[in-house]
Write a protein that binds this ligand. Structure first.
Ligand SMILES: Cc1ncc(COP(=O)(O)O)c(C=O)c1O
Length: 429
């Protein structure tokens, strides 16, 4: 595979952009520069075309450059760009759609990125409870801000300890965030009892997808709801990945458990910047957008016409349910197909996933929390992904990352992926 142009462009980028990329997880061992993306395909500047399962870390749910979404965005460009006071009908329509579809959403506010939404959820929880501490689970990611950037894919020696994600994080922020193993209700309850009257919120990725796909147990989520009710804690479901990808009502509609606050981004707008925080009316009215609200909210680009138009068009495309039906079926085929090939070749694999998301872990045993994934064979995992990329199938070449199927993927794409997976897995034995 030729990558000379990608190399040259990346070298040019590194002269003016630190590391040559605009987000840390975009820098891979092989340089990639892109010139085209459409449907399920992406093409680099050297002319290599890939079947894309990375989906830009998840937003691409309809397919790249979806013509309906792009047309809605183009139409939005003929309306007011930004005035910066008041409201537009489009912003109202977006909030109405969120309230209509998401079981726990009584009101909604729009932002541009998931990190802004989770940051606001932190501030809201602290503002309404007057408490400072947060609980999050080992293995979850909620964005780049100080308060929750901790204990994601931690190395084994950091399990059970604080594992901040960045230099420069406030010591207070690190101290005030308590880490608990996922799916462990007893440990969560103990953390609450150890800090009586101090926990403002429990943050949970509705499915911890930043470590592939670790499904929450039903009794765990119901238990969290009970604990939060008993102790006056705000339960936040971070549905930045799961929202609109796993259903119009997010993964909470699958679980049948209502959080107090939810956050959405990514798949809501098929690749355009749009994020939402939504939840109980009495909590949402504490935001300073409402008279008397004491929890400050700002953001020049909140509710931007481009992101809002893209979100409305994406939601409209998802509303009749046929895309979920098809992508979930393709997801089932992929998970079963990978497991079948691995089994036949004697390769240990847990073929995890939900709906349109799939993650082959190269291990055996149960996967209920991040700690279980320390058994994943990282070399095999990355080797598999690299082998797929070299053969034109783009699966992010990093361990335990999820893959996404979009509405643009076909049965023929799944066939080709499984045929290629078999070839690559044979090289791994
Ligand atoms: C679950 C979750 N929450 C929040 C975020 C932050 O979203 P953004 O990158 O749009 O700031 C991410 C990003 O990957 C995420 O996966």
């Amino acid at each position: 595979m030729h990558i000379e142009k990608s190399k040259t462009i990346t070298e040019r980028a590194t002269r003016v952009i630190p590391g040559g990329v605009n987000s840390a997880t975009r820098r891979l061992s092989q340089p990639y520069a892109w010139e085209w993306a459409e449907g399920a395909q992406i093409r680099d500047v050297d002319g290599n075309t890939y079947l894309d399962y990375h989906a830009a870390f998840g937003p691409i749910v309809l397919g790249h450059n979806d013509p309906t979404v792009n047309a809605a965005v183009a139409k939005a460009l003929t309306g007011p760009d930004m005035v910066g006071v008041g409201i537009t009908e489009q912003e109202i329509m977006l909030a109405e759609k969120v309230v209509q579809h998401v079981p726990s959403a009584e009101m909604a506010l729009a932002f541009s990125s998931g990190s802004e939404a989770t940051y606001m959820a932190v501030r809201l929880a602290r503002g309404v409870t007057g408490r400072e501490k947060l609980i999050k689970f080992q293995g979850t990611f909620h964005g780049w801000h100080d308060y929750l950037l901790m204990n994601i894919a931690s190395p084994a020696d950091k399990i059970g300890k604080k594992d901040p994600g960045s230099a420069g994080q406030l010591a207070d922020a690190i101290d005030n965030t308590i880490i608990v193993p996922f799916n462990d209700l007893a440990a969560t309850e103990q953390a609450i009892l150890d800090h009586p009257g101090q926990i403002a919120a429990i943050f949970m990725e509705a499915i911890p997808h930043n470590i592939g796909c670790v499904l929450p147990r039903q009794d765990f989520v119901e238990g969290l709801r009970r604990l939060c009710d008993t102790h006056g804690i705000v339960l936040v479901f971070d549905e930045v990945i799961t929202g609109f990808r796993h259903g119009l009502g997010g993964y909470q509609s699958v679980l049948g458990v209502k959080p107090d606050i939810s956050t959405f981004a990514k798949a809501i707008a098929n690749g355009y910047p749009c994020a939402i925080i939504a939840g109980k009316r009495e909590l949402m009215l504490q935001f300073s957008t409402a008279p008397g609200g004491k929890v400050f909210v700002g953001g020049t680009y909140n509710g931007h016409p481009v992101g809002s138009a893209a979100a409305l068009a994406t939601i409209a495309a998802l509303e009749d349910g046929t895309i979920y039906e098809r992508t979930f079926r393709l997801g089932d085929r992929m998970r079963a197909g990978l497991a079948e090939i691995a089994g036949r070749l004697g390769i240990e694999m847990v073929s995890a996933g939900f709906g349109s998301v799939f993650t082959p872990y190269f291990m055996s045993g149960k996967v209920e929390r991040y700690e279980d994934l320390l058994a994943n064979d990282t070399a095999r995992d990355v080797g598999f992904r690299q082998g797929m990329c070299e053969r034109g199938i783009f699966m992010l070449p990093m361990p335990i990352k999820r893959n996404h199927i979009s509405a643009a993927h076909t049965d023929a794409d799944i066939d080709r992926t499984l045929e290629t997976a078999e070839i690559v897995m044979k090289t791994l034995r």
